[in-house]
Design a binder for this molecule. Sequence first.
Ligand SMILES: Nc1nc2c(c(=O)[nH]1)N[C@H]1C(S)=C(S)[C@@H](COP(=O)(O)O)O[C@H]1N2
Ligand SMILES: [Mo]
Length: 432
Amino acid sequence: MSNENLFDQEDYIKARVDEYIWQKSIEAGISRQRFLRILATMLGGTAIGGLARPLPARSQTNTSNAFKTKGSKILKPLPPGYISHSKGTLEMNWETMYGRGYLVPNNWFYVHNRNTPPPFNPATWRLRIEGTGVSVPCEFTYDEIIAMPSISVTSAIECAANGRRFFEEAYNTPLSGTRWRLGAIGVAEWTGVPLSILLERAGLKSTARDVLVEGADLASLDAKGTKPSKFNSVVPIAKATADNSLVVYAMNGEPLPPDHGWPCRVIFPGWAGNANVKWIERIEVSETPIYTQWVLEQMVLIGPDYPAISPYKGKLITYQNVKSAFELAWPATLSAGNYLLRGRSWSGKGKIVRVEVSLDGGRTWQLARLREPNLPFAWVRWDIDWNPTPGKYSLQARATDNLGNTQPSTVPWNDVGLLYGGVVSHPVTVQG
Ligand SMILES: Nc1nc2c(c(=O)[nH]1)N[C@H]1C(S)=C(S)[C@@H](COP(=O)(O)O)O[C@H]1N2
Ligand SMILES: [Mo]
C-alpha cells in the first residue's frame, strides 16, 4: 500500500515520475538513463525544461445567457438566472445562493457534461471491477449496490477550471475552454458505498497502486478531435480507499439525477472535479501506475512557472485550492443602506479557519463571521455588516484553510486556465 503524502503535490508527482521511468525502462529492457534520453526526445522541449507554449486561440463558444440551447447536453431544466456557457455547461449563479442553506439543491447544482447523460437500463447495467490489483474480478448490479451498507458524505465538487476567466482578466489573454467565473462548484450530501468496500469484495491486493474509474461516455481529449476514449480518471490507491471516497447513487436524498451521473458516480472529496467520474461502468485496479493521456496532458498546469516533469506535460493537479465567492450578482447593484454581505469559502485540502474581507479594493481588511456548519472538503458560509454610501466598490475576500493555505493576490499563468485561487475583485455599484 502506498505511503505517499497525498497532501504534498511535489512528493506525489516525484514518486509518480520515478515509478514511470522505472516501469518503462524495465518494460523496454533498457537502463533508466537511456530511457530518460528517449523520453526527452519524444516530448521535445516540454519534457524537462518546461518551455512556455504558444497560447491557444480563443474558441468561438457561445457565452450568451441562452436558455436550453438546441442539442443541449444537459437534461434538467436550467434554473432562471443560471449561466449557460455551452451545450454541456451550466454555471451556478452566486446571487441565487444568497441566504440559502448549506447545500446546493440538485436543480441548481452546476453541470459539466462532455456528453448527454447516457441511458440507464437496470437490467443490463453492471459495475465491473477488474485489473491486476484485485484477485477476484467481479461485477455488481445496481440492486446489489443499493442493498449494501451506505454512508453519506457532505462534500463539494468543483471543476478544476473554476475561475478560469480570472486568468484571462489578470493577464489580458484569452484562453480556450469554458469561461467559468466562480460558479463551477456546489456542495451536496452524497450517499453511496465506500469504494474500499467494493474493492475488498473484489479481493483488493496489498500491492494495488492505482485505480482508474471509467464512465459510459466517450470524450475527445481536445478540440482537435483526437480519437475519443471513455471518460476516465485515475487516483492512487490511498485516495481510492479513503473513508470518504464513495460510489454514489443518491444526491441530497434523491436518486442521482442523470446530469450528475445516474445511476452511479464516484466522489473523491477534495480532488479536482473531473476525478468524480459520472455514469461509471468499469473500475480498473492496477499493481502498476496507470498513466492515461487524460491525466498526462489535461490534468496538468502548463506554463512558465510550472516546469514539465516527464511523463507529465506540466505539474499534475490533484487537490483543489482555496477560493471565496460573494453571494452577489456579477456585477452587482445594491441600494445604499444596511446590508448583510454574505459569501462562502472552501478548500480542497481541509476546512476554512479564517476569512478576511476588503470593502475598498484590498486596502483594508476585516474578519468575516463564520457560520456553522463548517465541514472539511465542503465550504463555510460567512457574512459581514456593510453600510455603504452610493458609489462604485471593489469587494475582495481572502480565505485561509486549516493547513495554512491562503489565497494569494496574484496567480502564475497556466495555459489551460486551471486552479485559479487568487483573490478576486467583485464589482459592486451602490445606488442612492
Ligand atoms: N463520465 C463523465 N464524468 C464526468 C464528466 C464527464 O464529462 N463525463 N465531467 C467531469 C467534470 S470536468 C466535472 S467538473 C464534474 C462535474 O460534476 P457535475 O456535473 O455533477 O457538477 O464531473 C466530472 N465527471
Ligand atoms: Mo470540469
